[in-house]
Design a protein around this ligand. Structure first.
Ligand code: ADP
Length: 499
């Protein structure tokens, strides 16, 4: 289609893959079963490397190492400032390896190389530094007791943590989980998604170089129903932090409940609304809305997948949006001119195309896009459906692709009602110059993140997580420390009176 160019697929920058084994107790090791799995380049559908596959036996070994490191190792016992120093070194090492790390995420997940290099990987280092700054400032409080007792609380690390992450942000999510857990003195096992193990293993190597003691951070690639389930059901893991789909989040919570009742935090799916009011600058709003759905090829849980536009500017908005979508450049994510790479894998690619078919069948108007691009790799055109009704599948389900459901509204009340008509509650965008409108809507939307006159305004300082079936618990901000801590009350009589 006009405006969309396919850049030539380039293999030029593919780095040599150095780490393909499980990282347990400070060493790269084969899996107990000897099994391996393929990781695929979504630009071409070709195999990049074979990776050791963790199953239950390997998870047991990793948990044993993490347990020993927690119960007897130096990490939870050293002063926070000493942990911070190692975390700062870790951040420096990441910065020294930005290009290689960015290239690994590009070939493994189809992410834009330029975005990883200038944005995501530097932000990962910033996240580590942010939590390093918190490592020596975690403390309990003195309690005002109602009797002649002296009471205070201790904030203790929760223990051995299991992190399970998806494939859309292999680097950011690794450090969203690992950094606060390291800061408070936990030890951990992280399972990257089976689609994107490469950067996680590189980060494991850098952790060792930085001086993180053996057993503190174990990285175990493998599949969800085997390795993932072994983590969520493990009797010796003290907490699980999960990011992924709502369906799997439910399984993780069930497994945690059925095993040792470990607390879980779940950052799950979304179907986030962007609400654009008549007073908005139409061109800016159309740009924001497009980026809201095509950023990271729509593979982001906070994608602005439902766009509601007030009737006064609707026609002009629609026209601009379609023009912009047609000019959006999809192609090889290494090409600096390209704005959107391939979907992460074949499963995701097929799922998105099937939702597009549903949209057409259920009678939504396809304004632009709707087709795959090229005959190699998993590229999909930016796709915009208009006149989408609230009960259509494309308005309800998280598609996780560059597919927008656009519709019109008249009043602010109608917009709020429609925006909240979802089982999810992750994020929302509001575009207006009217502060009353912005305040009213931001307080009326049941979602964990509200962006006013911006979208994807990520900042490690801001807690990130969902309402409703988008989960609970927060990554980022000082809030994230809480899920890796537990509170202990210590009480003693003030006078030597008997109790
Ligand atoms: P997506 O649908 O976006 O691939 P998933 O929720 O399936 O996301 O996957 C997110 C993470 O959860 C991945 O690391 C995956 O391997 C893991 N996972 C999948 N199924 C399970 C399960 N039953 N138990 C634990 N983890 C799982």
């Amino acid at each position: 289609p006009s405006g969309i160019e396919m850049a030539t697929l380039s293999h030029a920058k593919i780095p040599t893959i150095k780490f393909t084994k499980l990282f347990i107790n400070g060493h790269f090791v084969d899996s107990v079963s000897g099994k391996t799995f393929e990781t695929i380049d979504p630009r071409t559908g070709e195999v990049i490397a074979r990776i050791a596959e963790a199953t239950k036996e390997d998870i047991d070994l990793a948990v044993k190492a993490a347990r020993e490191a927690f119960d007897n190792g130096p990490w939870p016992r050293m002063p926070g400032v000493a942990r911070a120093r190692i975390m700062l070194k870790y951040a420096d090492l990441i910065e020294e390896n930005i290009e290689e790390l960015a290239a690994l995420d590009t070939i493994d997940a189809g992410k834009l190389y330029s975005g990883c290099k200038a944005g995501e990987i530097p932000q990962v280092a910033a996240t580590l530094r942010y939590y390093a700054g918190a490592a020596d400032k975690i403390h309990g409080e003195t309690l005002k007791m109602s009797r002649e007792l002296q009471g205070y609380t201790l904030m203790e690390p929760i223990g051995v943590v299991g992190h399970i992450i998806p494939w859309n942000f292999p680097s950011s999510l690794f450090f969203a989980k690992v950094s606060p857990a390291l800061a408070v003195g936990c030890t951990m096992i992280l399972k990257p998604a089976e689609q994107t193990p490469l950067s996680a293993l590189f980060y494991a190597h850098l952790a060792k170089l930085a001086g993180i003691p053996d057993g503190v951070l174990n990285v175990v690639p493998g599949f969800g129903p085997t390795a993932g389930a072994a983590i969520s059901s493990h009797m010796d893991i003290d907490a699980v932090s999960f990011t992924g789909s709502t369906e799997v989040g439910r399984e993780v919570m069930q497994a945690a409940a059925k095993s040792n009742l470990k607390p879980v935090s779940l950052e799950l799916g979304g179907k986030s609304p962007m609400i654009i009011f008549d007073d908005a600058d139409v061109d800016t709003a159309a740009e924001l809305a497009l980026r809201g759905i095509v950023y990271n090829k729509g593979e982001i849980c906070v994608a602005g997948s439902r766009v509601f536009v007030q009737e006064g500017i609707y026609d002009e908005f629609e026209k601009k949006l379609v023009e912009k979508a047609k000019a959006w450049v999809v192609g090889d994510p290494f090409d600096p001119e390209v704005q959107q790479g391939p979907q992460c894998d074949k499963k995701q690619f097929d799922k998105i195309l099937s939702y597009i078919e549903h949209g057409k069948r259920q009678g939504a108007t396809l304004l632009t896009g709707g087709k795959p691009i090229g005959d190699k790799g998993y590229y999909i055109e930016p796709t915009i459906f208009a006149y989408v009704k609230e009960d259509m599948l494309i308005a309800r389900d998280e598609i996780f692709g560059p597919v927008m459901a656009l519709s019109k509204f008249k009043t602010i009340e109608e917009a709020i009602k429609k925006a909240n008509n979802t089982t999810y509650g992750l994020a929302a965008g509001i575009v207006t110059k009217n502060i009353d409108t912005a305040n009213t809507v931001s307080r009326s939307i049941r979602a964990g993140i509200i962006w006013i006159n911006c979208y994807f305004a990520f900042d490690k300082d801001a807690p990130y997580g969902g309402y409703k079936m988008s989960g609970f618990g927060r990554d980022y901000g000082l809030d994230a420390l809480r899920k890796y801590l537990q509170v202990k009350s210590v009480v003693t009589p003030i006078y030597n009176s008997p109790w």
